[in-house]
Design a protein around this ligand. Structure first.
Ligand code: SAM
Length: 306
C-alpha cells in the first residue's frame, strides 16, 4: 500500500512554499509532502530530502521523477541536516518539514520487522547500515532497561510483566514470537488494538533513537531557517509532541527569567513565533480514510526577523 501523507493540505498551508524557495524535507519517505512543496514552489523551487532508509529514498526518487532537476536526495538522518546543507552551499532555507515515525511502506514490508502482523526477524532499523537492531535490544538488554523503554516509549502499563516474559524466553528471533509472548502476558481487553502495539512502538523508538534525533534537530532547524522561514513538525507520539511544544514555547519567549525575578535580567529575545498555538489535528474524515493519521499532531513556527 502506498503511503498517504498525513495532514497534507495543512502542512502546505503552514509551510506556504513559494516559487524560487529552498525547502528541506527531513523525512522524505515516499515523497508525498515533498510533491506538494515542489508543485507549490514551481517552476524553480528547490528541495533537499533526507531519509535514513535507502528504500524510502528510492521510492521518493521514483515518485518525484518529474521534479528530478529540483530535488536532491540524501541518505542521512535529518539531525545531520546542517552539514549536508553547508556542503552544498545552502546556508539558509525557507521551509523545513519533518514527518516523524515510519511509513506505510516500512510497516508493510514484512522483513523490516516493524509489524507483528507478519513473521520476520526482529529488526526495526530505519537505516540498514546501523548495526543495532530490535534483536539486540530484546535479547541483550537488562530487565529494568527493557521495562523502562516499554513503559516510557510505549506508555505500556504492563511493561514489567512483558520485560519478565522476554527475559524468561530469550533468545527471541521473530516478531511473531514476541507478539505471541506479549499476548500471553497482557490481560485480554475488548480494545481493537493488538496488545503488542505499544511494545512494538517502544522498541522501534529505542532502536532508532528517535527522540534524541528530534532534540538535536530542533535548534539546528532554527539555525538554518531564513527570517520569515517556517518549520513544521508532525508528531505521532506524545513524547515527540511534548519535545516540539516545549522547544517552540521556549524559543518564542522574550524573557526566560525565573518567575520570582521581578525585572527581566536575561535579555533573551524570542527567535520564533508559533503559527500553531495548539497542534493541528486531522479531521474525522482523514482519520476515517487513513487510520494512521489518528494520533498526528502538526506544530509550526516562523523564524522572527531581527
Ligand atoms: C512518516 S514517513 C514520511 C512520509 C512522507 N512525509 C511522505 O509524505 O511520504 C517517515 C520517514 O522518516 C524516516 N526517518 C525516521 N527517522 C529519521 C531520521 N532521523 N532522519 C531521516 N529520516 C528519518 C523514515 O525512514 C520514514 O521514511
Amino acid at each position: 500500500m502506498q503511503h498517504v501523507p498525513v495532514l497534507y493540505q495543512e502542512v502546505l498551508e503552514v509551510l506556504n512554499p513559494v516559487p524560487g524557495g529552498f525547502y528541506v524535507d527531513g523525512t522524505i519517505g515516499a515523497g508525498g509532502h515533498s510533491r506538494g512543496i515542489l508543485e507549490r514552489s514551481a517552476p524553480d523551487g528547490i528541495l533537499i530530502g533526507f531519509d535514513r532508509d535507502p528504500a524510502a529514498l528510492a521510492l521518493a526518487a521514483s515518485n518525484l521523477a518529474e521534479f528530478s532537476d529540483r530535488v536532491t536526495l540524501i541518505h542521512s538522518s535529518y539531525q545531520e541536516m546542517v552539514s549536508h546543507l553547508n556542503n552544498r552551499n545552502w546556508h539558509t532555507v525557507d521551509g523545513i518539514l519533518i514527518d516523524l515515525g515510519l511509513s506505510s511502506m516500512q510497516l508493510n514490508t514484512p522483513e523490516r520487522g516493524f509489524s507483528f502482523r507478519y513473521d520476520a526477524p526482529l529488526d526495526m532499523r530505519f537505516d540498514p547500515d546501523q548495526s543495532f537492531s530490535a534483536s539486540n535490544l530484546v535479547n541483550e538488554y537488562a530487565r529494568e532497561e527493557l521495562a523502562e523503554i516499554i513503559f516510557t516509549y510505549g506508555e505500556e502499563k504492563f511493561s514489567r510483566r512483558i520485560a519478565d516474559a522476554i527475559i524468561a524466553n530469550r533468545p527471541l528471533a521473530t516478531t511473531k514470537e514476541l507478539a505471541e509472548l506479549i499476548k500471553g502476558v497482557v490481560p485480554h481487553t475488548r480494545s481493537k488494538i493488538h496488545p503488542a502495539t505499544r511494545t512494538f512502538q517502544a522498541l522501534r523508538i529505542a532502536v532508532n533513537n528517535e527522540l534524541d534525533a528530534l532534540e538535536v534537530f530542533l535548534p539546528t532547524a532554527l539555525e538554518v531557517l531564513k527570517p520569515g522561514g517556517r518549520l513544521a513538525v508532525i508528531a505521532f507520539h506524545s513524547l515527540e509532541d511534548r519535545i516540539v511544544k516545549r522547544y517552540f514555547r521556549q524559543e518564542s519567549r522574550d524573557c526566560i527569567c525565573p518567575p520570582e525575578i521581578p525585572i527581566c535580567v536575561c535579555e533573551n529575545k524570542a527567535r520564533i513565533k508559533e503559527i500553531t498555538r495548539r497542534p493541528i489535528r486531522p479531521e474525522d474524515h482523514e482519520i476515517h480514510e487513513n487510520p494512521r493519521a489518528r494520533s498526528a499532531k502538526l506544530r509550526a513556527a516562523e523564524k522572527i526577523f531581527r
